[in-house]
Design a protein around this ligand. Structure first.
Ligand code: ASP
Ligand code: MG
Length: 419
């Protein structure tokens, strides 16, 4: 197949009938090329299916079925607004709805397997609707990602098996058509559906681009591109026009949420640029990641992580904190799934800024309390500024109660609260 365009549309770009029409318009601008269109579940459908999983796990099957009914109605309304003859698409969707309903009656599934089985229907349903709608303007084929993206059986965070996936993609895609595929999902060798982790459709886009050796991947968003900070949090943010892969990986590491962190790796490996463009203004330039050594413009980047806790540990006998303490603490963090975003130790104290998970943190404290004096400061936030100037730092930290500060020539980080 000659190198196809790979596009990814997320939930927000297909949240109602008007946005689906807009997606079709964008595809129409490019449809003279072979194309793979990766699509997420519509709007908040994945969250809705997660509620179904919750009911299933508590054996509240009536509530689960009610919720599935509501999900069906949400999609039926969109179908009725989009199609003059909605019955064929409706019956496709009804079939998928019946499949989920039958699935929740099964008690033999593990939590992870049931989660993936239920939740992956969001993408199956959205792509049925979108493929049918695009099919009215250009030759289109609905493809089943479960036959394309092959994974292991770590349900809810499956790992892609690259060789099998590459072969399946090459064998099954139709080079003469727009191939509509589901993001976020895959299947095991025995055909059990899996998912790649929440917000994983960006990553699916990168998987297709990698396996096809595509010229680029385009992720269509509701923002003009990648900004140097979240405009809901920071003032005077600017669009970044071009960014090297390494810097994008670093920004994802510090918590910039615009792209799923795993997305960049496969693209970087093959030097495939990633375009982030606005589905509201599709001819505007957006941001391109990759293919350059330096960002343009070279601006500081601001990243805020909320919902953090500052955990401070002191040895009981005021002995120095040394390697064997740290190694035991980190082993516990690994075992319990604690996410450490910043760490610092002094002679007798180790400090960790961690994600404040309401289940994990209390159990970790219980484990540590025999060996250390503990202090936990809840409700802290972590501000990271890359490529900082003194004035950026002064402006952004004004009025904050800073508890811990750490800097290298490129990056400065502050753990603070707002009291
Ligand atoms: N629909 C999935 C989610 O909401 C995957 C994605 O949107 O990327 O997590
Ligand atoms: Mg989504």
């Amino acid at each position: 197949m000659s190198t196809p365009l790979v596009f990814k549309f997320g939930g927000a770009s297909v949240k109602d009938a008007d946005s689906v029409r807009n997606v079709a318009r964008i595809i129409g601008l490019f449809a003279q090329r072979p194309m793979v269109v990766v699509v997420s579940a519509m709007g908040k459908t994945t969250n809705a299916f997660e509620e179904v999983v919750g009911y299933w796990s508590r054996n509240e099957l009536e509530l689960a079925k009610e919720k599935i009914g509501a999900i069906r109605e949400f999609h039926f309304e969109i179908i009725e607004a989009l199609f003059e003859e909605p019955s064929a698409v409706k019956s496709d969707v009804q079939e998928l709805v019946n499949q989920v309903s039958a699935g929740i009656d099964r008690a033999d599934l593990s939590y992870g397997e049931a989660y993936d089985f239920i939740v992956h229907h969001g993408e199956l349903i959205s792509t049925k609707i979108i493929a049918a709608f695009i099919g009215r303007i250009t030759p289109t084929v609905w493809q089943d990602t479960r036959l394309l993206v092959q994974t292991d059986d770590q349900f809810r965070r499956a790992t892609v098996r690259w060789l099998e996936t590459t072969t399946a993609i090459h064998n099954r895609l139709d080079p003469g058509k727009v191939n509509v595929v589901q993001g976020f999902i895959g299947a095991t060798a025995s055909g059990k559906p899996t998912t790649l982790g929440r917000e994983g459709s960006d990553y699916t886009g990168a998987v297709f681009a990698f396996c096809l050796g595509a010229d680029s991947l385009t992720i269509w968003k509701d923002v003009p591109g990648m900004l140097n900070g979240d405009p809901k949090i920071f003032q005077n943010t600017r669009k970044i026009d071009r960014l090297p892969f390494n810097e994008a990986i670093e920004l994802a590491f510090y918590g910039a949420s615009i792209i799923h962190p795993k997305t960049i790796q496969p693209l970087k490996k093959k030097g495939i640029p990633l375009h982030i463009k606005s589905f509201i203004n599709p001819t505007a330039e957006g941001t391109t990641i990759g293919g350059v050594d330096r960002a343009t413009p070279e601006v500081p980047n601001f990243i805020l992580k909320k919902n953090q806790a500052l955990l401070q540990l002191k040895t009981k006998d005021l002995a120095f904190i040394v390697e064997h303490h740290l190694s035991a603490i980190y082993q516990l963090f690994v075992d319990q799934g604690v996410v450490v975003n910043l760490m610092r130790n002094t002679a007798t104290k180790a400090m960790f800024c961690i994600n404040h998970d309401p289940f994990i943190v209390p159990s970790v404290l219980a484990e540590l309390t025999d060996s250390f004096d503990l202090e936990l400061v809840p409700e802290v936030e972590l501000l990271t500024i890359r490529n900082y100037q003194k004035e950026d730092e002064l402006r952004e930290t004004k009025g904050l109660n800073i508890l811990l500060e750490q800097r290298t020539p490129e990056v400065v980080q502050f753990v603070f609260n707002r009291f």
